[in-house]
Write a protein that binds this ligand. Structure first.
Ligand code: NAP
Length: 265
């Protein structure tokens, strides 16, 4: 049997660009019905139009994930259009960089609201419909940052991403009796606007530190999300799935003396 989300109804936050857009494209191609969320209406409408032209049943809702009433409106819009919510992909997030000493309380509070409090808002807004149907698949886009690795200037970001996983592990136990799973993908370095903005030289250098020799593509994360969102993943909950091309596998820098092997002529 193929792993599929065909005919399932999915809300995707942060759907207008990057990983969220790839999740939307992969799920639409598989036959899911979609509610796309983000703040920027122009990008959202353009994606909605593109997916409709490909035959998808899709609506878009302009919503800020850090606003509880926006998440409730998004949930209501989904139920009004499709009658249920099978899948929530909570993917929206931001990753500003700052040293700890340069991080103000306002920056910290804003980042926690967008990346972490939003997780609670989005999940809570979808929960009643999923509980009523005794079915639900929730997939969070967390990160290797915070859970598996550290990175200077990303300490506040890493705290939000580790926080999402902490929330998920307890929620999984709460939601199990209601037939609802909640899992997280942990992407490594994925080529979206944020990483591209760091410049070609940086992207190339990051890629060279990854066993596959390149950074990841958004669709490579999207396929992992589709799996966790499928009916077939119904006995997996409270888990993390790392999608990083082996970037965070433990290795010693001294390995570089003999690996990769030098080409001999
Ligand atoms: P991206 O290209 O910057 O896209 C972010 C998406 O989130 C956009 O659709 C954006 O649309 C939306 N968004 C941002 N703030 C929002 C808000 N307050 N309310 C609603 N929507 C909001 O980012 P990405 O690289 O695809 O990252 C997506 C997720 O993957 C994030 O959670 C990020 O932490 C995680 N991640 C990314 C990487 C990576 O290397 N790219 C690695 C690990 C984890 P609007 O601006 O129009 O709202």
């Amino acid at each position: 049997m193929a792993i599929s989300v065909k005919d399932r109804v999915a809300i995707i936050t942060g759907a207008s660009r990057g990983i969220g857009r790839a999740i939307a494209e992969v799920m639409a191609a598989d036959g899911a019905k979609l509610v796309l969320g983000a703040r920027g209406e122009k990008d959202l409408s353009a994606l909605e139009q593109t997916l409709k032209e490909r035959g998808a049943d899709v609506i878009s809702v302009s919503a800020d994930v850090s606003c509880q009433s926006d998440m409730e409106s998004m949930s209501r819009a989904c139920q009004a259009r499709f009658g249920r919510i099978d899948i929530l992909c909570h993917n929206a997030g931001m990753f500003p960089t700052a040293l700890v000493e340069d991080t103000t309380e306002a920056m910290w509070d804003h980042l926690l609201a967008v990346n972490l409090k939003s997780t609670f808002f989005a999940v809570r807004a979808c929960l009643p419909a999923m509980k009523a149907a005794h079915y639900g698949r929730i997939v969070l886009t967390s990160s290797v940052a915070g859970l598996m690795s550290g990175f200077p200037t990303l300490s506040a970001y890493a705290a939000t991403k580790a926080g999402q996983v902490g929330f998920m592990r307890s929620a999984a136990i709460e939601f199990g009796p209601s037939g609802i799973t909640i899992n997280a993908v942990l992407p490594g370095s994925i080529l979206t606007d944020g990483l591209e903005g760091m410049g070609d030289e940086y992207v190339k250098a990051v890629g060279e530190g990854i066993p596959f020799g390149r950074v990841g593509k958004p669709e490579e994360v999207a396929h992992a999300v589709l799996f966790l969102a499928s009916r077939e993943a119904g006995y997996i909950t409270g888990q993390t799935l790392v999608v990083d091309g082996g970037q965070r596998l433990p290795h010693t820098p001294a390995m570089r003396i003999f690996w990769p092997p030098k080409e001999t002529s």
